[in-house]
Ligand binder design. Structure first.
Ligand SMILES: Cc1cc2nc3c(=O)[nH]c(=O)nc-3n(C[C@H](O)[C@H](O)[C@H](O)COP(=O)(O)OP(=O)(O)OC[C@H]3O[C@@H](n4cnc5c(N)ncnc54)[C@H](O)[C@@H]3O)c2cc1C
Length: 379
């Protein structure tokens, strides 16, 4: 019997977990390694929920990828008997004056076969009287979008991977110099090691620490504050039964999710925060961002004015300069792959990134040029 290709995947977040599962299904022997576990609190894939939507503006592959991701999330829900996707719908508010992004999204949604409705401000106010639509001219409503359970999904993927024959190992990979020497094997913090044929580093905000020369200047890690506000007593107007996920691109881009799973309404500002260390950073939200989201909450959701803050979270984005993902071979090591640069929108695409990475690694193909490192080379 031919020996299977052995692939070591470092990182069990949204990208690494799905990549490991897809590689296994393509016939590889796969070892998935993570320092703290799938969807842990420091990872970019941790916490409760992530939005899944196809509205993405012009000239990008992500609307189509969302359509495929929706299929894959649903298939795995059926296969594993659990729910990841909560179809609350996603409402994208187009501000008077600047709706280029939303306009340009429509043909791509159509092409990808993602259902949507174009709604006037009047129609939106009729459907969701708990939202104040001041300053909003029209909106895109995607009835099949919503939110995904984040940590729960990462854990389910890792469990599914092990059930199908993958090996999971909790261990920290020690950064190596020169970086190309990863091609010969990994060393773990307990002194042990692992030799494989191919290595996939899906280390999210840690990629710059593992590949300082190649990636430190290309992946900027920023602190992102997330807030949960308690809904009024006995009032379900802000729960997932009555309120969609929303995105509100005004002077800033604020987004949020309805109350679910006993938690409050989640709100966050997508503007990039200060630089952040994912290992040692203190996860305390700032007073300024609290002030900003509180003002926004009272304005857009008058029934939530003065709602108590019930939980906070600090997560981090790992941003590339153009906010596109980074998927490529290491420039000095053919069998070392870098997979990351989620840039604040990667979670929903985990299953599709997994499929792509598995195809490129197992068929010895190059990654799509949009995702490759060469796009940053000075012309
Ligand atoms: C506040 C916030 C909101 C977001 N909202 C959305 C959204 O609504 N929709 C959406 O689609 N996306 C969203 N995103 C983005 C999305 O969550 C990320 O793009 C995605 O989760 C990144 O996954 P990852 O696997 O690349 O990284 P991670 O989840 O960080 O996984 C990397 C893993 O690598 C491991 N690792 C690192 N170094 C080592 C080492 N040396 N040895 C062993 N293991 C190591 C870590 O422990 C970690 O588990 C959001 C992100 C944040 C922070």
């Amino acid at each position: 019997m031919a020996r299977k290709t052995h692939v070591a995947v470092v990182g069990a977040g949204a990208f690494g977990g799905w990549a490991a599962l897809s590689l296994l299904r393509r016939g590889a022997r796969v070892t998935l390694v993570d320092a703290w576990g799938p969807g842990h609190s420091r990872s970019s894939s941790g916490g409760e929920t992530r939005i899944i939507r196809g509205t993405y503006g012009p000239n990008q592959p992500y609307t189509k990828m969302t359509a495929r991701a929706m299929q894959l999330w649903k298939e795995h829900e059926r296969q594993w008997g659990c729910q990841f996707l909560h179809r609350t719908g996603v409402l994208w508010m187009a501000t008077a004056g600047d709706d280029q992004f939303e306009r340009a999204s429509l043909p791509l949604l159509r092409e990808a076969g993602i259902r949507y409705e174009e709604l006037s401000a009047g129609e939106m106010a009729r459907r969701w009287p708990q939202i104040n639509f001041e300053g909003v001219r029209w909106g895109i409503y995607e009835p099949d979008g919503g939110f995904l359970k984040a940590r729960v999904a990462c854990q389910a993927v890792a469990e599914g991977f092990v059930r199908e024959g993958g090996e999971y190992r909790q261990a920290g990979v020690v950064p190596q110099e020169p970086q190309a020497s990863y091609r010969d094997g990994l060393t773990f913090s307990d002194g042990s090691g692992l030799v494989a044929d191919q290595y996939v580093f899906a280390c999210g905000p840690w990629l710059g620490k593992l590949f300082p020369d190649t990636l430190a200047s290309l992946i900027r890690v920023t602190k992102q504050d997330v807030f949960f506000f308690g809904t009024p007593t006995g009032d379900d107007r802000f729960s997932e039964a009555k309120l969609p996920v929303w995105a509100d691109r005004r002077d800033r881009f604020l987004y949020g999710m309805p109350a679910n799973d006993g938690r409050g309404v989640k709100i966050a500002d997508d503007s990039r925060g200060p630089e952040f260390d994912p290992t040692s950073g203190q996860r305390t939200v700032s007073a300024e961002s609290l002030k900003l989201v509180r003002e926004y909450l009272g304005f857009r959701f008058p029934g939530m004015k003065d709602a108590p803050l019930v939980e906070t979270r600090v997560c981090q984005y790992e941003n590339t300069p153009d906010n596109h993902f980074l998927i490529d071979r290491h420039p000095e090591a053919e069998n070392v792959w870098i997979v990351g640069g989620g840039s604040g929108h990667g979670f929903k695409h985990g299953p599709v990134v997994g499929e792509m990475v598995a195809r490129w690694v197992m068929e010895e193909k190059d990654a799509d040029s949009l995702f490759r490192l060469s796009r940053f080379e000075k012309k």
